[in-house]
Design a protein. Structure first.
Length: 306
């Protein structure tokens, strides 16, 4: 009597993971001096796990770099330092404060001041200083409309500028990684993932995240329909009185432009349920820097933003 063995089922997350691991290995094989961008946020934490799957038990073939605005959530910085130390990898910190001190950028003032837009110069200076020819990031196409124009391998010219009309075709997962003099590449291994995919992967891999991603009591104030964490980095305007409520953050960025959402989702499973039900993107709901205009993100990307 013959017996048949059922073939293993390949899930949607398996396919996304396989594609991302392939992209990591392509970057390592084709580029000479790549770097992995890391913020302490959920997307970059997923990138760390994917890099582990691509290269362990060996060391990562690139350092990890954080563009530090100096106005970060303390939970994210604590997690960044601890996780990098656990992995035993090299961390490069490029500081916006140092860019200000050197006169490379001018700090904004007033209640709506933010260092988020100043990160672009700090990033481009760090790429030039260290000679990086590829920066691996956690951008996803579902985040924002200009993100959807990105290729997996997104090329920037010798001024760090992005021209969406001058990108190379990517057919059948074949990537043209040839870098011309002065160019560098931004590579996005999780470009085809959604926010829900990220959270489902976090659940499957049992990844630890900073506590701000889960509901917790926090002092906040309301501005433009968003809940900002009360902090010394944000100057409040008249009527913006702080209050305490249960919030969580869908994305982690500079505290001056990152809002939270009222929530009681305290576990990964509860967050997955909440994300599955929402119809508003995380950047559309919680990032003030994307509300300046319809093309705010694209304008920043054209001059070198992530």
């Amino acid at each position: 009597m013959s017996t048949s063995r059922a073939l293993p089922t390949v899930t949607h997350l398996d396919e996304l993971e396989s594609e991302a691991v392939h992209i990591f290995r392509e970057v390592a094989a084709e580029l000479e001096r790549p770097v992995l961008l890391f913020s302490g946020g959920k997307d970059s934490i997923v990138l760390l796990r994917l890099a582990e799957k691509a290269f362990r038990p060996g060391k990562f073939p690139f350092p990890i770099m954080h563009i530090d605005t100096g106005h970060n959530f303390a939970e994210a910085i604590e997690f960044r330092d601890r996780r990098v130390a656990e992995l035993g990898e090299r961390l490069v910190i490029a500081s916006v404060q140092e860019s200000i001190d050197r006169g490379r950028v001018v700090e904004e003032t007033g209640p709506r001041a933010s260092r988020n837009r100043l990160q672009t110069t700090t990033l481009l200076d760090a790429i030039e200083e260290h000679g990086f020819d590829a920066a691996i990031g956690g951008a996803r196409r579902d985040e924002e409309r200009s993100r959807a124009k990105e290729r997996i391998f997104s090329f920037r010219d010798d001024f760090g500028q992005w021209n969406p009309r001058a990108q190379r075709p990517e057919l059948w997962n074949l990537y043209n990684a040839r870098v011309r003099k002065g160019e560098h590449v931004r590579a996005f291994p999780i470009s085809n993932w959604t926010e829900l995919d990220v959270w489902q992967y976090v659940a499957r891999e049992q990844l630890e995240l900073p506590g701000i991603y889960f509901a917790h009591e926090r002092e906040v104030f309301r501005r433009d329909g968003m809940l900002y964490a009360a902090s010394p980095y944000v100057e409040r305007m008249e009527g913006e009185d702080p209050f305490v409520t249960s919030v969580r953050f869908r994305t982690v960025g500079d505290m001056t432009c990152t809002g939270g959402v009222e929530s009681h989702a305290g576990t990964i499973e509860e967050v997955v349920e909440e994300i599955a039900a929402t119809r508003v993107t995380e950047r559309g709901e919680t990032r003030a820097d994307d509300r300046f205009s319809e093309a705010a993100m694209e304008d920043r990307k054209r001059i070198g933003y992530f």
